[in-house]
Design a binder for this molecule. Structure first.
Ligand code: MEV
Length: 316
């Protein structure tokens, strides 16, 4: 921070959010199918502080005036401007610093989480109450730029502290009755959700029968996964994750590197494994029945070429 900004700085506040993983139903959720997503504890903090002039954004992708933000962050610009207009502070002297642990383009919901943290931070800075409906409307603006026609599942999970069942914008908090141990592995390749969503749209619009069959099967998987979670039947849940991965291969959003990590996790004893998020690179997840197995699969995936792995458990 420059000295004059430091001296002028009166107060600062932060807004927070976190990443997400999709357990079942990515892509299908865009067509109104149900999906299950889990909050994943990689954090984003947006620090809002007062400076002497303009609106400055500081992040690892870009640091500078809001008006000059690069095209790929245009959604963030639109979202910030809309919030400031709504708060009747369009020309305020602000610095928005984004600290994010979420790698971008890896299917972990980085864009939604950043927007949620920024909107929360701005409302908190101007001491204005923020309800979920208002938050969703502003974050949706950013997500439309980032993904084209988002289902809203990334945003809903970035706002939730429990697993959710998501369908057509309706959100139901899900109960977990036995611990779910996950390994998430980053393939090292960046996916582009907007592109993979458009490709699936083209595939489905060329073949109505394939579309109906694919969506029907993924719907059955999502309902069965919800029931397996409620019963604590993690063996069944694992099988369903494998089935969901096969469906995602069918619609062309997996790739060799992800399939290799998925197969490696299964051979190393995972109950099930699949890609998570938009695909075409990004991350996969594996479900295991113990913390020990989770650590073992994590190091096997690293040896098999994963760029990074994370272990996490959802407790009942
Ligand atoms: C991206 O995290 C999930 C997709 O289903 C897209 C969306 O729901 O907007 C691929």
């Amino acid at each position: 921070m420059w000295l004059e900004d430091f001296l002028a700085s009166k107060r600062n506040t932060s807004g927070f959010s976190h990443s997400k993983i999709i357990l079942t139903g990515e892509h299908a959720v865009v067509y109104g199918n149900p999906a299950i997503a889990l909050p994943f504890p990689l954090k984003v903090e947006a620090v809002i502080e007062e400076v002497t002039s303009g609106i400055i954004v500081e992040s690892t992708f870009y640091t500078g005036p809001l008006e000059q933000i690069p095209t790929k962050l245009e959604g963030i610009r639109a979202c910030i401007q809309q919030v400031l207009i709504a708060l009747k502070r369009p020309c305020d002297k602000l610095k928005i610093t984004i600290h994010s642990q979420i790698p971008i383009g890896k299917g972990l919901g980085s864009s939604a989480a950043i927007a949620v943290a920024i909107v929360r931070g701005l409302f908190s800075f101007f001491e204005t109450k923020l309800d979920d409906k208002t938050l969703s409307a502003f974050v949706h603006t950013a997500e439309v730029y980032a993904h084209g026609s988002p289902s809203g599942i990334d945003m809903a999970t970035a706002m939730s502290d429990t697993p959710i069942w998501f369908q057509n914008g309706d959100i139901v908090r899900l109960e977990v009755t036995s611990p779910l141990h996950f390994v998430i592995a980053d393939s090292g390749r960046i996916g582009n959700t907007q592109k993979s969503v458009s490709r699936v749209r083209a595939l489905y619009s060329n073949d109505e029968v394939l579309k109906a069959d694919s969506l029907r099967r993924m719907k059955v998987i999502a309902f069965a996964a919800k029931s397996a979670m409620a019963k604590g039947d993690i063996q069944k849940l694992g099988k369903l994750l494998n089935e969901n991965h096969s469906e995602l291969i069918q619609i062309g959003v997996s790739e060799d590197g992800l399939n290799h990590l998925v197969n490696t996790a299964r051979s190393a004893g995972a109950l099930g494994a699949k890609l998570t998020g938009g695909g075409d690179g990004g991350c996969m997840l594996a479900l295991t029945d113990s913390k020990e197995k989770m650590e073992e699969i994590s190091s096997t995936l690293t040896s098999a070429g994963a760029q990074q792995t994370w272990c996490f458990t959802i407790e009942p």
